[in-house]
Design a protein around this ligand. Structure first.
Ligand code: SAH
Ligand code: SF4
Ligand code: F3S
Length: 444
């Protein structure tokens, strides 16, 4: 008999992608091998997200689908992990009796022990691990990273912000930071393995290290990571406008390897709505932040997240959001329709916005933003951008990669070959809304 196989079905944000790499690592340490398709796997992890209802519905459908697989193969082990597992706990097993293990978000690095325990006991009753207050273990094994040259590095877990619409603090727990030593050791190890680009992850990276009592700990961490030999690019997400400091912006400006890319979610352009959202900043502060970024890092790309249809959002409030989008000219924006999350304060607010209005607003917003994205990309025409090669695009003769400002860049091979992660300089000649195209050139 061959080795047992696993498959992780991943949903949600980069934090989940990183957790998935931790699961894969632990499974491979136990001798499991990746399955090409979840239908063939001996063990399936569904790593879930519950940030919006749409995500949850899709995932519930997927978990439902696994029931037939379990009927066919009663030995199949099904684990539901991540934010929905944390939120629903034992209810998940009641609803989906085919699930063997419900793994909350604080147990990611204990998965190996939990699975071993399950295998030994083989108790045919679902198990639930959903205590959010346990001390999260440091990961000590080998990660199985998805990319050969880009690495996710979690630097902190949880969120203390309690934006009134958001479920994340309830499913990821209180903020806790990893030590600088552990973070640096993980990056040094990954450099040894050939990794070049590092994205530091946290729900609110600007409050990294608050519990250590060090001022500007995140800016200091960025500088420290920048100085690790072999690190070519540093990215981080997500920044909260309330906590983003001038010190951080200066660090980005001064650190050679830190990419000129700021993701600064503003959510709404109306002070009334921002207050209702408990975001902790106003429009004036946000504009000041953007001006500071432009002052220190003039060619930076700035991206954002926006919610339309938050309870009580009037046409006037929405127009304020549109105005901000037009004024800042974001390189890209992730736009969302407000989704009611039970247990959050906003779910109980009056004046919920009708769905049709939300859709209208979203469409209008996307139209404006798409023009901005195109305009930002057009500014790159004629310029040479630094790209790390990610591999072939849909057309195998055309390769793609990301610029320092995180733009998708396409260029034809023209008989050349590239290594994954190789630095390529591309002179941009065509701009589209979602990408730019050009030709590889020698770097002067
Ligand atoms: N910690 C990050 C992002 C977390 S979730 C931050 O604060 O920026 C990613 C995005 O999902 C948020 O920025 C927000 O725009 C969106 N979001 C969160 N809860 C939502 C909800 N209930 N409905 C719609 N969008 C939501
Ligand atoms: Fe959610 Fe706000 Fe925390 Fe981001 S900062 S994860 S939006 S509560
Ligand atoms: Fe979703 Fe959890 Fe991330 S709710 S967005 S997977 S932190």
């Amino acid at each position: 008999m061959g080795a047992k196989t696993y498959f992780v079905i991943n949903y949600g944000c980069q934090m989940n992608e990183s957790d998935t790499e931790h699961y894969a690592g632990q499974l491979e340490e136990l001798g499991y091998r990746p399955a090409g398709d979840f239908h063939d796997a001996d063990l399936i992890i569904v790593n879930t997200c519950c940030v919006r209802e749409s995500a949850e519905k899709k995932i519930a459908g997927k978990i439902g689908e696994l029931k037939a697989l379990k009927t066919k193969n009663p030995e199949l082990i099904i684990c539901v992990a991540g934010c929905m597992a944390q939120k629903d706990g034992a209810k998940l097993i009641k609803k989906h009796p085919q699930v063997d293990i419900v793994l909350g978000t604080a147990y990611v690095n204990d998965f190996k022990d939990i699975l071993l325990d399950f295998l030994v006991q083989r108790r045919r009753k679902g198990r639930v691990y959903d205590d959010l207050t346990i001390h999260q273990s440091e990961f000590e094994g080998k990660m199985v990273r998805q990319s050969n040259f880009e690495a996710w590095i979690p630097i902190m877990y949880g969120c203390n912000n309690y934006c009134t619409y958001c479920i994340v603090p309830y499913v990821r727990g209180r903020e806790r930071s990893r030590s600088v030593e552990n973070i640096v050791a993980e990056i040094e190890q990954a450099v040894q393995e050939g990794y070049k680009e590092f994205t530091l992850l946290g729900q609110n990276v600007n409050s990294y290290g608050k519990e250590f009592g060090i001022e500007n700990a995140f800016a200091k961490l960025i500088r420290r990571v920048n100085d690790i030999p072999g690190v070519e690019r540093v990215r981080y997400m997500t920044s909260h406008p309330k906590d983003m400091s001038e010190e951080l912006i200066k660090a980005v400006a001064e650190c050679e390897h830190v990419c000129e890319n700021f993701h600064v979610p503003f959510q709404s352009g109306s002070d009334t709505i921002l207050k209702q959202m408990n975001r902790g900043y106003n429009l004036e502060r946000y504009h000041h932040l953007i001006d500071t970024i432009r002052k220190y890092v003039p060619h930076a790309a700035i991206t954002t997240d926006i919610i339309v249809g938050f309870p009580g959002e009037t046409e006037e409030d929405f127009q304020a959001t549109l105005k901000l989008v037009q004024e800042v000219e974001f390189d890209a924006a992730f736009t969302f329709i407000y989704s009611k999350r039970s247990g959050t304060p906003a779910a109980k607010m009056e004046n919920q916005v009708p769905l049709a209005v939300k859709h209208e607003r979203l469409n209008e917003l996307m139209e404006v933003q798409n023009l901005n994205s195109l305009k930002c990309n057009e500014k790159l025409v004629g310029q040479v951008v630094e790209v790390l090669a990610e591999g072939p695009s849909k057309n195998p003769e055309v390769w793609s990669g990301r610029s320092r400002t995180n733009k998708l860049v396409l260029w034809p091979l023209e008989g050349k070959t590239y290594q994954l992660g190789e630095k390529v300089y591309v002179k941009v000649d065509t701009a589209q809304t979602w990408l730019v195209k050009g030709k590889a050139v020698d770097h002067e």
